[in-house]
Design a protein around this ligand. Structure first.
Ligand code: HEC
Ligand code: CU
Length: 406
């Protein structure tokens, strides 16, 4: 598709009409063959990115869909026009002087030092402008910091490298990871086409109702992350040990994408955010559905699981929660993340294995997954690690074992 667009572009570029036809044809054939060779390659994508990016976003800040984002946009435009005004006046005076008071016209430069009047003017005028701008800016700032009178609250916790969303009003809670399609495609040597919204898609979206004043509480489990969704006008650091807040009243149903905006380690670029704003009725139905799913998951933790079930679920959990560090094939990263293949823990004492997965290891990147995964997922992932990557221990861990280890 890209190479087709390229050849169309060439023939419609005007200045080329002055270039001899054979040059155009030669250039076109070279570029087209290059294009087809590289059409799936990085170079070509990079070359076209600026154009498609412009087409999608335009040049200006976007307005977004919340009062805060609209106020920020309004403030941005106001200050933009103030700058335009200053630019026109300053450059106007400058260009006027250059033209009408030039040396060849016999103009004589006036020569003055320590003119109190001029020094006062060029101090007081900018000061007055700054103060005039400070008023609307402060108003917007106070408004975006004021999270009072919220209709509902979502607690957002950053993890290396995913987000946890807890709906404090109805008990719904889940993790949101990079989507499987993006995650598979980003692996070294992965073939195939880029999935839609590559690296900007998640497995579970943060679903929110429209026309509801939502308070976000941001914190982190490990390092500093930053929850940034442009259309919501929210960009707030998530710091371990602190709670920051922000708010949004989403005015339009839709899907709004964002990313972690604070460099937080190896996979910082792989923890996107997807917000889906639904009508209040659809949101209520979604909450019911999630509560039912959570109940079903809890019930599944009460029964015995077969080895196949554990292995299938375990692989899923492993690829979303563990593979980022320990590698899809369990090889880890020598010196940083230990291999799961043939590790003394994954092939040794089962209790020690359960312990490190549930409680993590303080002071290292190994998180305590006991609070993140339910009994079945923990049982499944531990079973998987003990029977995958060539670790043929034959051990099964049941959800009930995890439950009693809590
Ligand atoms: C953010 C990176 C990261 C993630 C994600 C992660 N781990 Fe770890 N893991 C580590 C590090 C670092 C260590 C080494 C800790 C130490 O210094 O002993 C470790 C150690 C382990 C060990 C002990 C291995 C050994 O040989 O000492 C096991 C077992 C383990 N992790 C399982 C898991 C499981 C299961 C998951 C997913 C549910 C997971 N890890 C997710 C970073 C991670
Ligand atoms: Cu982050």
């Amino acid at each position: 598709m890209l190479s087709r667009r390229y050849s169309v572009d060439i023939s419609s570029i005007n200045p080329l009409s002055r270039v001899p036809l054979f040059v155009v044809q030669r250039a076109r054939s070279v570029l087209c063959s290059l294009g087809s060779k590289l059409s799936k390659g990085l170079l070509f994508t990079l070359f076209f990115l600026p154009f498609s990016a412009f087409a999608e976003y335009g040049l200006n800040l976007t307005e977004g869909v919340t009062p805060v984002s609209k106020n920020i946009y309004g403030l941005h435009m106001l200050i933009f026009w103030v700058c335009v005004g200053i630019g026109v006046i300053v450059f106007g005076v400058m260009i006027y002087s250059i033209i009408f008071h030039r040396k060849s016209r016999g103009a004589k430069a006036s020569n003055f030092h320590e003119s109190t009047t001029i020094e006062l003017v060029w101090t007081l005028v900018p000061l007055a402008i700054l103060i005039a701008i400070a008023f609307p800016a402060t108003k917007v700032l106070i408004d975006l910091e004021n999270t009072d009178k919220a209709d509902m609250t979502v607690k957002i916790t950053g993890y290396q490298w995913k987000w946890q969303y807890e709906y404090l009003d109805n008990g719904v809670s889940f993790f949101s990871n990079l989507s499987k399609e993006s995650n598979d495609k980003r692996q070294l040597g992965a073939g195939g086409d880029f999935p839609e919204n590559y690296l900007l898609n998640v497995d579970r979206r943060l679903v929110l109702p429209v026309d509801t004043r939502i308070r976000f509480l941001m914190t982190s489990n490990d390092v500093i992350h930053s929850w940034w969704v442009r259309d919501l006008g929210v960009k707030q650091d998530a710091n371990p040990g602190f709670i920051n807040d922000a708010w949004a009243t989403i005015e339009k149903p839709g899907v709004y994408r964002g990313q972690c905006a604070e460099l937080c380690g190896k996979d910082h670029g792989f923890m996107p955010i997807v917000v889906e704003a639904k009508s209040k009725e659809d949101y209520a139905a979604w909450v019911k559905e999630q509560q039912a799913l959570q109940k079903a998951a809890a019930a599944a933790g009460e029964r015995e699981w077969s080895k196949d079930e554990l292995m299938v679920q375990g692989q899923k959990v492993y690829s979303t929660s563990c593979a980022g560090c320990h590698g899809v094939t369990g090889q880890g990263i020598p010196g940083t993340f230990p291999a799961m293949a043939g590790s003394a823990v994954t092939t040794g004492d089962i209790k020690a294995h359960i312990d490190i997965v549930m409680n993590g290891k303080a002071g290292t990147a190994m998180q305590a997954f006991g609070g993140q995964l339910n009994d079945s997922d923990l049982a499944a992932v531990i079973t998987y690690e003990r029977n995958a990557f060539g670790n043929n221990t034959g051990d099964l861990v049941q959800p009930s074992t995890i439950k009693s280890a809590r």
